[in-house]
Ligand binder design. Sequence first.
Ligand SMILES: Cc1cc2nc3c(=O)[nH]c(=O)nc-3n(C[C@H](O)[C@H](O)[C@H](O)COP(=O)(O)OP(=O)(O)OC[C@H]3O[C@@H](n4cnc5c(N)ncnc54)[C@H](O)[C@@H]3O)c2cc1C
Length: 423
Amino acid sequence: MANDKLRVFGKYFPVFLNYGFSLLVQRIQALIHRYTWKNLPSSQNVVVIGGSFAGITLARRLAESLPSGYKVVLIEKNSHFNYTFNFPRYSVVPEREQRAFIPYTGIMANTPKGIFEQVQDVAVGVREGDVVELASGRKIPFAYLAIATGVTQSPPAKLLAREKADACGELRALQTRIQDASRIAIVGAGAVGVQMAGDIKSFYPEKSVLLIHSRQQLMSSFGVRLHEYVLGKLQTMGIDIMLGERPELPRTAAWEGGELTFKGVKDEQFDLIIPCTGQTPNSSIIEQFCPTAVSSKTKRILVNPTLQLKSDVKTNAQIHNIFSLGDVAETGGPKMARAGMIQADVVQENILALINGRKLKTYKPMSIEGSLKLSLGMDEHVMYVKHEDGDEFLYGGKSSNVDLEVEKAWKMFGGDMETNKAS
Ligand SMILES: Cc1cc2nc3c(=O)[nH]c(=O)nc-3n(C[C@H](O)[C@H](O)[C@H](O)COP(=O)(O)OP(=O)(O)OC[C@H]3O[C@@H](n4cnc5c(N)ncnc54)[C@H](O)[C@@H]3O)c2cc1C
């Protein structure tokens, strides 16, 4: 495994080098842009819907690079950036949940004044005449639009509340349910289910935890090596695992106790059942405007390799000024934060190319975008990536940071985690 650390470094060194160099160039360009962009009264809007990993990266890159005559409008329903990576951990460990909500106010600190507007609202649809309609009734015209609305998942993967205080309340409610339960079933062994199981068992070793998965392989969208490693670790921790079972979930509100019916073994009673299954792409805002741009199979937004909206699957015709990226889009890339952030660079470059009459860039997914760092209980994690040629890289490590390094995200957002304020 130590060997894998070296192998992964060797394999991806040119990619890291290239990425580091383009970051340096971006910083220099952003500095020059800060002093050259002019706030013109007739500025046209470049609208980004969704302020998570993909959307916020795009909004920031645009605010660092749009020419005078254009500005960025970010529409996001949540009051704070939801750092979802830590939701499983903060559903278990009390009194830290507020750290998963990062103020948006610091992220544009180094961009020209007037280039960025943030609107906390829900986008309900795109309308003829290049307008986005919001739940409040406000209509925002756009010259270019990027949709990065991600997916909806049941809590705790994503939360229902839009305000930080209520969202913290949701996580605290689950903490209490976990504290009060002795027998806990987690249904669904993707990243969220595996992290929840590991965290509950390591912070509360006396509780009985059963992790149930419908397939024979844990984390089924990754490779078999990850399955074997995670299975071994969870079993060593004393977590029971049931594979190939899809019990019907109770119809009551989430996080109740109840009986689960299995085909392989007898029915069992639990004090708490936590569903960690399924996700629905948030593509409805485009459904009325361009129904052919939504996949009937996956409900994801269809895009061409330039990430422009595909309006006709047969001819690959596209709507030139609307883009989609991140988990909501059928990009061919992995459904991971890192992939959405790489796609943000492509969309930013293509919007600039359209403004300046240049050739557009295409998005070619790279295996490194699908790399995963997964916590396995309180003090262990595993790094995993599967290369295009099928080669799997995996290495485990020790973790001592209860907050799973969320402070790095705060820093990226120009915020201070300890004071809970953005600069
Ligand atoms: C526990 C966990 C661990 C993970 N670990 C990793 C990892 O190690 N590495 C990795 O790369 N990825 C990881 N992921 C996956 C990663 O979180 C997702 O791929 C990423 O969040 C997708 O980002 P996105 O911006 O496309 O969409 P989302 O994160 O789904 O965000 C969409 C945004 O759009 C907003 N929105 C939606 N609809 C509207 C609307 N109509 N109007 C206004 N706003 C709207 C939402 O409020 C949200 O802020 C992990 C996920 C989880 C849950």
